[in-house]
Design a protein around this ligand. Structure first.
Ligand code: ACM
Ligand code: ZN
Length: 505
């Protein structure tokens, strides 16, 4: 008999589930059998469970890992090609678990489903005694709705340690999300080490608090490499965001020649939009940006590089001789077109190096090169305009996806109900929607507990929007499964917030 996917406590909701009698129990005799390409996922799965189990399941590699008694079998299989790059087929029987996928990412996601189906204690960092490690028998077939299932973490407005960043990545991967949008740069702090421009972190990473003490921090390139390896093992792409031409005071404070006025500038202790932006007239600014992007591209393998592009006041450009000269030379009409000129040059620089530029929806102003990706945040009209112009689009509207907003403004139920479709678009235009992102900005998020409170469970809800088939998604089902997920988040020491009913009327 058919089951409903909601019968298994998995978030995000799988595509299809068939529940059966009995359960598989992991014991110290359980082995993992993996086909050659599946060994990294098998080892990570064993390592993830080892602290709670008190033993690490041995991994045996076999060319044809046929399912066998007492084993958890992870197979890369050319057959389930219909499940695509990220799908998986999981069969849990009393005497074996068989997990097959076309690609390693699918195996990783299948393992996350098993981790959710085990008792909550399986996620503990300490040995949990007297727990039967049982997984209820079922068959699951699953694959994502969107290829871009993202989370923005702002580590500029407040600094978070390497361990905190890794934990954030681990948590999104547990939810089968695959893009970590790392907001590394803003007016309130520059967080990425540059070898060529060391003052970016000597000066730009620090601000004076109201109490007069230095606040800040940054990630060395070695630390970034470490974080990237951690993310890659979890099939998470790290997309760095280097803001320009606005939101760049931390760079101006480090190298004042980059601004129209020459400063002085100060890394900002407070929030809000500033008029102090990069000078878009002088060639020195472009040289700086291109040199810096060279370092960014060397570090980050992501095909997508985010350059911000939002909230850039034009006041200083209007008063700047260099900016005005550039407008005349390039036959631009005004400062808006100067912004477009700036973005075009950066886009061309990235495209020539095989990367794709992503920017906030302001980058649409004044025209945009076709390969650029637009992240719509202000409202749905910008997303529509971008898709109609043939751009790929990421949806993270303030209405549903801004996780730093209060719960009474964006209750979990509202986030979960986000439709992520744009009406009035043709099927071809709809196909430009790569997916969605849940954004945790940190102006008012000083520490990990506050991050947790804002981010979960609303990001759990958005993970379901991004992964699960829209017609099957229902709040009642989600809120039931969320009870089980919360037990697991508690074991993971996530100080999640309280979901609240959506406002009526
Ligand atoms: C944004 O929230 N300024 C992208
Ligand atoms: Zn200027």
């Amino acid at each position: 008999m058919a089951s409903t996917p909601g019968e298994l406590n998995i978030i995000p909701l799988p595509v299809s589930v068939q529940v059966a009698e009995g359960s598989f129990v992991i014991t110290s005799d359980t082995v993992i059998v993996a086909t050659p390409g599946a060994t990294p996922e098998a080892c990570l799965f064993a390592q993830q469970l080892a602290p709670a189990l008190g033993f690490e399941m041995p991994v045996e590699e076999h060319a044809d890992a046929t399912p066998r008694k007492g084993a958890i079998c992870l197979r890369l299989d050319p057959q389930p090609a219909s499940l695509g790059e990220e799908g998986y087929r999981l069969s849990i029987q009393p005497d074996r678990i068989d997990l097959a996928a076309y690609r390693p990412a699918g195996l990783f996601y299948g393992c996350q489903s098993i981790r959710q189906l085990l008792p909550a204690e399986a996620l503990s960092a300490e040995v949990a005694n007297d727990v039967e490690w049982s997984v209820a028998c079922a068959t699951v077939e699953d694959k994502p709705r969107f290829s871009w299932r993202g989370h923005l973490f702002d580590t500029s407005r407040h600094f978070f340690t390497v361990e905190e960043v890794k934990r954030a990545i681990d948590l999104i991967a547990f939810h089968k999300m695959n893009v970590f949008h790392w907001h590394l740069v803003d007016d309130q702090g520059w967080r990425l080490e540059s070898k060529r421009y060391p003052k970016l972190t000597e000066t730009g990473a620090w601000r004076k608090t109201a109490l007069g003490v230095d606040y800040g921090g940054y990630y060395t390139q070695d630390e970034v490499q470490d974080i990237l390896a951690f993310a890659a093992a979890r099939h998470v792409t790290v997309v760095p965001e280097i803001e320009m031409p606005g939101h760049s005071v931390a760079a101006l404070a480090s190298y004042p020649y980059l601004g129209c006025t020459g400063g002085p500038y100060e890394v900002r202790p407070d929030r809000g939009i500033t008029k102090q932006v990069y000078c878009a007239g002088q060639e020195e600014t472009y040289q700086f940006i291109f040199n810096l992007l060279d370092e960014v591209l060397d570090l980050f393998p992501s095909q997508f590089i985010h350059i911000g592009g939002d909230e850039c006041p034009k006041d200083e450009w209007s008063a700047c001789q260099n900016c005005q000269a550039r407008i005349r030379q390039e036959n631009l009409q005004d400062e808006k077109q100067l912004q477009s000129y700036f973005i075009h040059r950066v886009d061309e620089y990235l495209a020539n190096r095989g990367r794709r530029m992503v920017g906030w929806d302001e980058i649409l102003e004044g025209g945009l090169a076709p390969g650029a990706v637009v992240q719509a945040w202000r409202d749905v009209e910008h997303a529509k305009a971008a898709a109609m112009e043939g751009h790929d689009v990421i949806l993270s509207p303030t209405s549903h996806c801004y996780l730093d907003y209060a719960y009474d403004k964006i209750p979990t139920e509202l986030a979960h109900g986000y439709e992520a479709v744009l009406e009035e678009l043709t099927a071809e235009q709809q196909a430009h929607i790569l997916g969605i992102e849940g954004n945790t900005w940190t102006e008012e998020v000083p520490d990990q507990d506050t991050y947790d409170y804002h981010t979960y469970p609303r990001l759990s809800a958005l993970a379901e929007v991004a992964w699960s088939p829209a017609p099957q998604r229902a709040w009642e089902s989600f809120s039931m499964r969320l009870q089980a997920l919360k037990q697991r988040l508690e074991v993971l020491k996530v100080k999640f917030g309280e979901e609240q009913p959506a406002p009526t009327g």
